[in-house]
Design a protein around this ligand. Sequence first.
Ligand code: ZN
Length: 277
Amino acid sequence: MSDHVLYETPAPHVARLVLNRPSSRNAQDTHFLYALNEAFDRAAQDDEIKVIILAAAGPHFSSGHDLRESDGVAALKSHRTVGTWCGFGCAGSEAQMAREKEIYIGFSERWRNVPKPTIAEVQGKVIAGGLMLIWPCDIIVAAEDAAFMDNTVGMGVNGVEFFAHPWEMSARKAKEMLFTSDWIDAQQALKIGMVNHVVPNAELSSFTLALAERIAKKPRFALKLAKESVNAAQDAQGRVGAMNAAFALHQLGHSHNMIVYGTLVDPTGFPAAVKRG
Ligand code: ZN
């Protein structure tokens, strides 16, 4: 397993996955995402594990996608893909959509459906793609310094690929988050229901582990059934169809930027990011 993601078992029946690229603020490149997916699979497939914690090393949970990755297609080819969508080496939008369907919306949806309770343990900044790691989790525990932002409208797309904003907060708050790229701090996130708890940074790991241990005392199958039942309620409200529509519009944004600017993201809205959104 890659050292980009550590796999710990801090208590009986609890797995703790740790994002481990603190020098880059846990920026996500292709290898990093496959390492995380492998760790989720390992925890999901181990019947002794009942609860999964997703944590991060360093001061910040995740700065989002790694904009420095030069050849994402080549990186993708060195992994066994998890989806059925192909065409990663094709030209234009065909390849771009394939890549984002596999490693962005594909992975996040896959982790959302892991049939065990998952808890995100979050400190520091969570930017854009970082949201696609915590939103698939069932419970989010935030440290006091946690702050959340989706700045991708400035890059010329509608929002991150796993477009869960309207399911994580009210439609009005989701629109404000997208239109302004403003930070949502931990207390605001608690108020709008995006996180379950806010705790002092020094207590983040112990609080999260204690919560995981309490959950792990419950019967495994009942936990699975409870999670599936809540997820089914969201899906009955049209979550999957709405998110797929947003994903298609995200691809339209990339294609538009490529036609007008020759880059996937709009350089006028976010000059530092010219390769990937
Ligand atoms: Zn994208």
